[in-house]
Design a binder for this molecule. Structure first.
Ligand code: UDP
Length: 485
């Protein structure tokens, strides 16, 4: 660092959900590799998820820090320790307003964040879109606010077109398909694949928050996307030229993780030893294992899990299957078919809890990925060059499915018909078996794999020195430096 130019300092403020905290930590590390001082602002429990990563980054010479905001779950009316969306109770007996309380509780963070902004005067605040007050908070101290959505440019444009033209209001039935108007690519959806809050057009706390978020985005300095220009060039141009927004594409941010520990310890502590997991994969042939994981939020019921088990078994394919259920002593696991694990010994590995996802995806033995199409998982699959079976559950995942299967053409849809928050639509074993066979073996599998591998190369090129994401990140940092004069 030159002595006359003080180091650029950026605050990162993620919403408390694994799918946002994980790429934010990667992003902070990425900026720090370019000599930027980065500070992640979060709550105590969330900070503990990535304290080791930060420690390792500091030891390697990166200027990455964490500041913790006091957060009272008790005051918010939430169960103790419920600081991250993946810790929210999902049982049907829980009060329905718990998610709404979780969103409201974020407001409690405004005052302490403003105090930090005043004290540290960073050059920029990168805050998640679900903090609609962040633009004004930063503005009070003359600090530009950048929005981080954590979703693709494609889905951002699609959602924008849905809000502008409301095509779902002109169909006769829930399953009738409509084209998303004015969006390049002729994307067709049905009303069933939309979230309730879009379909029902009833104003709720959540829709009010979305509206406020959009307004605050329009007044912000711009948007950062975890994506790379070549992957979504048509939509990156559309976002800029048609929707008139300012954006930087700086991803895939997960590619900043090179060491085994960094790949293995993202988000929570892995439920398997990473070396054991690698050893299991090492003894398999290239492209012979299908990896099945549905992110941090989806929570399938026992009937669906049993169906997945049966579909995997009849596909005859080797697999790693991540199930968000811990094994409790003595309790019967009603989601496993009788004798399944015994029959699958040596053929399939079930990870109960958190998996070292990018370590697994990057292994040459993995030849396919059954994914819920969360944007991080989707981009991680692209970066690893694996074809995907798309199984959207909720959020903006149905858009990502379209992007993977129809725009990129590196996956096949398992056939989910409707958007159902966290629990998902029911998918039958026959559909699972068919899709697994299709992406793992035969002509289609080969074609999908070749395309996927080419995209993975492109992703690596984008973050390498001189690549598009590398250059856009540099341009952003330079712009922030110039703002000081
Ligand atoms: N992830 C992981 N291990 C797991 C489940 C998820 O490392 O067992 C990571 C995954 O690599 C991704 C993130 O958690 O970075 C999930 O984000 P995504 O956007 O895919 O889905 P969400 O959890 O937000 O639905």
């Amino acid at each position: 660092m030159g002595s006359e130019i003080p180091q650029v300092h950026i605050f990162f403020f993620p919403i408390m959900a694994q799918g946002h905290v994980i790429p934010t930590v990667d992003m902070a590390k990425l900026f720090a590799t370019r000599g930027v001082k980065t500070t992640i602002i979060t709550t105590p429990a969330n900070a503990s998820f990535f304290s080791k990563t930060i420690q390792r980054s500091k030891e390697s010479g990166l200027d990455v820090d964490v500041k913790i905001l006091k957060y009272s779950t008790e005051e918010a009316g939430l169960p103790e320790g419920c600081e991250n969306a993946d810790l929210l109770p999902t049982s049907r007996d829980e009060p329905k307003d718990i998610v709404s309380k979780f969103f409201k509780a974020k407001v409690m963070l405004q005052e302490p964040l403003e105090r930090l902004l005043q004290e540290c005067k960073p050059d920029c605040l990168v805050a998640h879109m679900f903090f609609p007050w962040a633009t004004d908070a930063a503005d009070k101290f003359g600090i530009p606010r950048l929005v981080f959505y954590g979703v693709s440019v494609f889905s951002t444009c699609a959602m924008e077109c849905m809000t502008l033209y409301e095509p779902h209001k002109h169909v006769e039935s829930e399953f009738e398909q409509f084209v998303v108007p004015n969006l390049p690519g002729d994307i067709k959806l049905s009303k069933k694949q939309l979230p309730d809050y879009v379909k029902e057009s009833v104003e709720t706390d959540f829709t009010k928050m979305l509206k406020a978020s959009k307004e605050s985005e329009l007044r912000s300095y711009g948007v950062i996307f975890n994506s790379f220009y070549e992957l979504e060039d048509m939509y990156a141009d559309y976002y800029k030229n048609v929707l008139g927004r300012k954006a930087w594409h700086i991803g895939p941010v997960s590619l900043c993780n090179r060491a085994i520990e960094d790949k293995a310890e993202r988000g929570k502590k892995s439920a398997v030893d990473e070396h054991e997991c690698s050893k299991w994969l090492d003894s398999r042939k290239p492209n012979s294992v299908v990896y099945v994981c549905f992110g941090s939020m989806a929570n399938f019921n026992s009937a669906q899990l049993k169906e997945i088990a049966m579909g995997l078994e009849t596909s005859g394919q080797q697999f790693i299957w991540v199930v968000r259920k811990e094994k409790s002593n003595g309790e019967e696991e009603d989601w496993l078919p009788e004798g399944f694990e015994k029959r699958m010994e040596g053929k399939g590995l079930i990870i109960r809890g958190w998996a070292p996802q990018i370590l697994i995806l990057d292994h040459e033995a993995v030849g396919g990925f059954v994914t819920h199409c969360g944007w991080n998982s989707t981009l991680e699959g692209i970066s690893a060059g694996v074809p995907m079976i798309t199984w959207p559950v909720s959020a903006e995942q149905f858009y990502n499915e379209k992007f993977v299967t129809e725009i990129l053409k590196i996956g096949v849809a398992v056939g989910v018909q409707q958007w159902v928050s966290t629990v998902g639509d029911f998918v039958k074993k026959e559909a699972i078996e068919k899709a697994v066979k299709k992406i793992m073996n035969g002509k289609t599998a080969k074609e999908l794999r070749n395309k996927a591998k080419a995209l993975a190369e492109m992703a690596k090129g984008a973050v390498a020195k001189g690549g598009s994401s590398y250059s856009e990140l540099n341009a952003l940092i330079e712009e922030l430096k110039l703002r000081r004069h």
